[in-house]
Write a protein that binds this ligand. Structure first.
Ligand code: PLP
Length: 430
């Protein structure tokens, strides 16, 4: 069994209400995760999660997280627009600026969002595009390999993000000359990590670096941003993150680095994406085709355009067949979509129960970096999103794309307007 699942009856009911494929999200699960996170971090002052919008940029979900007290972490103009439209404002928004065009700084400044500066040269860009605020966040890249004990957890030295230690000092000096009063410090050193030692180790680096920078600059350290990276168990037998141990570990470092030295008032922020919504989403599909050549293939009505992680990273996503899970899993199959790309496989050599065309097939843990990573290769249209509300009602929260959406960017081509084989639903000629 996967770590977190709805009952088979819920998948059947959802597939009765909406044509497949669709991503299904569980409201109660998302709210429960947000509350568990807050409880786990109740030992540190002023804790707040800023949900990484890129993981699941759908307004209905962002509004749920807003109700649970979360802010948002944005990294583009449209993510900022989405945040604004969902009612996030000012200090509810973290803008993680890496390689951003200058106008995005201007927009983020107009919203009075926190700016998380990724590079030293961006100090000048910020000054000229909206101005230096009294408080910014700086993104730190300590370089080298990030280890916990003997285990390499990540290779910041190869990552494009953040500033070197020396650049942090320079940036603060320049920012101070332009009116900065307070700063936050951020770093992202490891992705999808279920090891509870990750956040405390990261926290210690940031706490100590923050103290040094405070001494050097004479500025106030107002917050530490632990970023994303807490992982979820994609494999059914993988251990889940012990979130309470993570929170307690961070609180312990907070005490030894800050409280014990008489330093108070440093808030703790996170920007979790995957942990918040990943296990609370499922891609619900039907088996529409079966093929036996050198291998046994099950073709489904979803494709990598709806969920790219297996094709892009070879990521494992658990698969279940509602109503047949009690049967022996002795059929070895590749589960594929319809793209003309041989990596369009949701699973390779997976053991499943014997299936038939028309069976429902559920792909698990698609609630983060799922549809949002989707694309339109082969003219494939991305699927819809359905919310399983906590009152038991299914609600469509994003419709599927139509040919009209796909052709919309051809409105610059007058000849196309005349030739598109369109219906009234298509490019507007009909
Ligand atoms: C992607 C990202 C996150 C979220 O990462 P998860 O692995 O989903 O927790 C948070 N902060 C920043 C700056 C990111 O780029």
């Amino acid at each position: 069994m996967p770590n977190f699942s709805l009952s088979d009856q819920v998948y059947f009911n959802a597939a009765q209400a909406y044509d497949t494929p669709f991503h299904l999200y569980d409201e109660a699960g998302i709210r429960g995760t947000a509350r568990r996170l807050q409880a786990a971090f109740s030992g540190v002052p002023e804790f707040r999660e800023y949900f990484a919008v890129k993981a699941l940029p759908t307004p209905a979900i962002l509004r749920i997280l807003k109700e649970e007290g979360c802010g948002v972490d944005c990294a583009s103009m449209t993510e900022l627009m989405l945040a604004e439209a969902c009612g996030f404002q000012g200090r509810d928004i973290m803008f993680s600026a890496n390689d951003v065009p200058p106008e995005e700084f201007r927009y983020a400044r107009r919203l009075n969002a926190y700016i998380n500066l990724d590079d030293l040269t961006h100090v000048a860009t910020l000054r000229e595009n909206g101005g230096v605020p009294e408080e910014v966040c700086l993104r730190y890249n300590p370089g080298g390999s990030f280890r916990i004990g003997n285990t390499i957890m990540g290779d910041p030295g190869d990552a494009k993000y953040g500033m070197t230690r020396q650049q942090l000092s320079q940036a603060l000096k320049m920012l101070k000359e332009n009116g900065l009063k307070r700063f936050g410090l951020h770093s992202f050193l490891s992705s999808n990590t279920t090891d509870p030692a990750y956040y405390p180790a990261l926290a210690e680096i940031l706490f100590q670096t923050g103290l040094e920078l405070m001494d050097e600059s004479g500025l106030t350290l107002s917050f530490i941003n632990l970023s994303g990276g807490i992982g979820i168990p994609y494999l059914p037998d993988a251990p889940a993150t012990d979130l309470e141990a993570v929170g307690a570990g961070v609180a312990e470092k907070y005490h030894s680095c800050f409280t014990a030295k008489g330093i108070t008032g440093v808030a703790i922020k996170t920007e979790l994406g995957r942990y918040m919504t990943g296990p609370c989403g499922w891609l619900v599909t039907h088996i529409i085709h079966e093929k036996n050549i050198y291998k046994h293939y099950l073709g489904v009505d979803a494709s990598a355009c709806d969920l790219m992680r297996p094709a892009m990273y070879g990521a494992y996503h658990h698969i279940t067949i509602p109503g047949k899970e009690h049967l022996p899993h002795d059929d070895i199959v590749d589960v594929v979509g319809s793209l003309c790309e041989n990596n369009d496989k949701f699973a390779i050599d997976r053991s499943l129960p014997k299936t038939a065309i028309g069976d429902l097939l559920v792909i698990h843990d698609t609630g983060a970096h799922g549809l949002s990573m989707g694309y339109n290769y082969n003219g494939k249209l991305r699927c819809k999103e359905v919310l399983y509300r906590q009152d038991g009602i299914f609600q469509l929260i994003r419709r599927a794309e139509t040919p009209k959406d796909y052709f919309a960017t051809l409105d610059c081509d007058p000849a196309w307007q005349g030739q598109c084989p369109c219906t009234p639903d298509c490019c507007g000629r009909g």
